[in-house]
Design a protein around this ligand. Structure first.
Ligand SMILES: CC(C)(COP(=O)(O)OP(=O)(O)OC[C@H]1O[C@@H](n2cnc3c(N)ncnc32)[C@H](O)[C@@H]1OP(=O)(O)O)[C@@H](O)C(=O)NCCC(=O)NCCS
Length: 188
């Protein structure tokens, strides 16, 4: 299995790199905000230990190569804006799932798009993926917009798939295939 603990990707404004122990405070700030977790798969964090646990778990997941979460660090001031993730990486099917999230203060500036584009280039490039999929809450308009801008197609709706804090919600499944990604990027 490949080991991604030293993976680092650069975009015009960001460095994408694995989370480190020193990111715990910023990560807790992001994940404890109910505006951030509204459409996320977990309730708002209440304890700093949750941030430490995620960072420690990530190190093991990066080492096993099944899950690659990278922190989005703004190069101009070193602030951690959020994370983006390829998870459930299945080498046999050359498939992975995509996730992302930015602290509320950093929405609306194109940072998610910039970071996810770099992660997809790596995923469809060196990692050799054929398909990337995303599972989003149908009410998460910003997330749907981001996926459509990157070329994802809406493929279907799965009913009552999530129960977070007693709230039941459907999933919309979006997919993007390697040839579609390559065609878009050759045109760009
Ligand atoms: C989903 C999420 C990452 C989208 O963040 P975002 O900042 O809206 O996404 P983008 O990076 O694509 O930014 C696009 C916006 O920035 C604007 N923008 C400003 N400067 C820009 C620039 N230099 N380049 C590109 N876009 C720019 C765009 O016009 C666009 O605005 P619009 O949505 O009003 O049209 C964010 O809402 C989030 O973190 N939500 C909480 C977590 C979550 O729900 N994650 C998804 C779970 S499936």
């Amino acid at each position: 299995m490949p080991d991604y603990r030293t993976l680092s990707l650069e975009t015009p404004r960001l460095t994408l790199r694995p989370l480190q122990a020193g990111d715990a405070g910023a990560l807790f700030g992001i994940h404890s905000d109910p505006r951030f977790t509204r459409f996320f798969s977990h309730a708002p964090w209440t304890q700093m230990a949750q941030a430490h646990e995620l960072i420690e778990r990530d190190q093991a997941d990066l080492a096993s190569g099944e899950h690659v979460r990278l922190g989005l660090v703004r190069r101009s001031d070193g602030v951690l804006l959020g994370t983006c993730t390829l998870f459930k990486i299945q080498p046999n099917n050359r498939r992975a799932e995509l996730g992302y999230g930015l602290g509320v203060a950093h929405w609306g500036q194109g940072h998610a798009q910039e970071a996810v584009r770099a992660l997809l280039s790596w995923g469809f490039g060196p990692l050799g993926l054929h398909r990337v999929e995303a599972d989003i809450d149908p009410a998460n308009e910003s997330s749907a917009k981001l996926l459509r801008r990157l070329g994802f197609q809406l493929e279907g709706r799965l009913r009552e798939r999530w129960i977070v804090d007693g709230v039941v919600s459907d999933s919309e499944i979006y997919g993007l295939l390697a040839p579609e990604w390559q065609t878009r990027n050759q045109q760009a």
